[in-house]
Design a protein around this ligand. Structure first.
Ligand code: ZN
Length: 485
């Protein structure tokens, strides 16, 4: 087990009081520190959560912990090193948001055990609270997610935030057991029970190609050693009546043993499949070398956890091209706002109505049309005026949105499609900041009863863009932020 898992067996023998269930039960009760990350809880719960005992949801008493920040911690940015009593160190900074840090805490467990569903759901609940909880919210406040968690957990290029889907990632990590059982049979745990279930096995077989050698490793009915997939799928009626379902190809081909296991053929369909299988078997010949296996999702043919994780999203469609705003020249919070807007989930009047929350259906900016995401971000003449002033300022030639026409996503793609790479990022940044400025103006009118004209909003947006550009101006010589000339 040690050869596979980065954690020693000695740590696995720690008492069950450090179990994962405790983490799920305690974090909700605490507030956040100045950096927006609950350092105390992370330290407490980042203790080794390994135990061979069954996980329990029963609460346990909190244990003392230590926090050893190794680098200066800013109020909201800057790296924070978290060291637990067991030496597991986590790094949280602006580039690694809290959900990713939290998910990293359970990776040790996921590599070895199949976590119960309730544990995964509780961890997801904590991660969801981190993402959607209002900063400074009192403990116990219920978050109001704007985007479905399954969407959040999709890769960025598929419209998500790239937060790890723990269930899928755990499955991807467990496939490592099956891979090493094939490729490194000298490992000491070979022959013991592994944590993989039937779904894991199916995923592994669908992800691998086997070149038949001596047939001593691959299973006759289950593995993909024939063209067209596993025999159990090609001949399902025969597999139902087969008496020895887990024998290797070598044993089944020896003296035609596979025919003896199909002695219970009784229907015409089974007989037809038997003839087809018999015909197929005539072309099979064992080779003197061992069976070879190849991972289908990497060029090298070697298993990687990342490729196994990505494969589980195969067939998913992206709702929009995400590169345009993730690579746009804008702050992370503004790109995050653009991501929500492209999903159509910002809390405009139409979405407030869906939630049954108080709202004014008329747009606060033009006082004419109904307030929707499409109207506020694209069609409203106030938004258009702000955006045109920004485009005129930075030299972007904007495409006017056709009335009642395409969506924000289509208009955005059309606007930046003809631009060179770097200019695309600038134009996307201008679009993001324009939407952000209009959204803040809308909120000022709703919550503060104050109003600015489009020119004033555009001036604020220009200031945001200029400040962001200044902050990202790096001196190539020593990496120090250059002084404004
Ligand atoms: Zn309007």
């Amino acid at each position: 087990m040690e050869a596979l898992c980065p954690i020693s067996l000695r740590r696995c023998e720690r008492p069950p009081e450090m179990q994962l269930g405790a983490m799920a039960g305690q974090v909700d009760d605490e507030g956040l520190d100045g950096s927006g990350i609950p350092i105390r809880q992370l330290c407490r719960t980042s203790a080794p959560i390994l135990s061979l005992a069954r996980l329990t949801s029963a609460p346990i008493p909190a244990r003392p912990h230590r926090l050893r920040p190794r680098t200066p911690c800013g109020p909201s940015r800057g790296p924070v090193l978290l060291a637990s009593r067991a030496g597991i160190i986590l790094l949280a900074d602006a580039a690694h948001p809290a959900p990713s840090v939290l998910s990293s805490m359970v990776l040790y467990h996921l590599a070895v055990f199949k976590l119960p569903v309730w544990v995964l759901r509780r961890i997801e609940k904590i991660m969801r609270s981190f993402l959607w909880m209002k900063p400074g919210a009192t403990p116990g406040t219920r978050p109001h997610p704007l985007v479905n968690w399954r969407t959040v957990c999709r890769p960025k290029e598929l419209g998500g935030l790239g937060v790890l889907d723990l269930e899928r990632f755990g499955r991807a990590m467990r496939l490592r057991w099956l891979w090493y059982a094939w490729t490194d049979p000298d490992r000491p745990w070979i022959g013991t029970e592994n944590p993989c279930d039937d779904t894991d096995m199916e995923l592994f077989r669908a992800s691998t190609e086997i070149t038949l050698g001596d047939g001593a490793k691959c299973l006759f009915w289950h593995d993909h050693w024939m063209q067209g997939g596993a025999l159990r799928h090609q001949f399902p009626d025969l597999f139902t009546i087969a008496t020895r379902k887990r024998r290797t190809v070598q044993k089944e081909l020896h003296q035609q043993n596979w025919i003896r296991s199909l002695a219970r053929i009784s229907t015409m369909a089974q007989l037809q499949q038997f003839v087809a299988l018999w015909t197929t078997m005539q072309g099979v010949a064992l080779q003197p070398h061992p069976d070879l296996i190849r991972w289908r999702w990497t060029e090298s043919g070697i298993y990687t956890t990342a490729s196994a994780y990505r494969y589980q999203f195969m067939g998913s469609c992206a709702p929009f091209r995400s590169a345009k705003f993730w690579k746009g020249h804008a702050e992370a919070k503004c790109r995050f706002f653009a991501w929500i807007a492209l999903h159509g989930k910002i809390l405009t009047a139409d979405n407030l109505a869906l939630r049954g929350w108080p709202h004014d259906p008329i747009c606060k900016l033009c006082q004419i049309h109904h307030e929707t995401v499409q109207h506020l971000t694209l069609d409203c003449h106030f938004s258009t005026s702000v955006r045109e002033q920004i485009f005129a300022w930075n030299g972007t030639i904007g495409v006017p949105p056709p009335p009642g026409g395409n969506s924000l996503n289509d208009w955005w793609d059309e606007t930046i499609s003809h631009l060179p790479k770097e200019k695309k990022r600038e134009a996307s940044g201008a679009i993001i900041y324009s939407m952000w400025g209009v959204w803040k103006e809308r909120n000022r009118r709703v919550f503060q009863n104050t109003a600015l004209q489009p020119a004033a909003v555009a001036a604020l947006v220009k200031e945001d863009i200029a400040q962001r550009a200044y902050a990202h101006t790096q001196d190539p010589g020593d990496g120090i932020v250059a002084q404004q000339s």
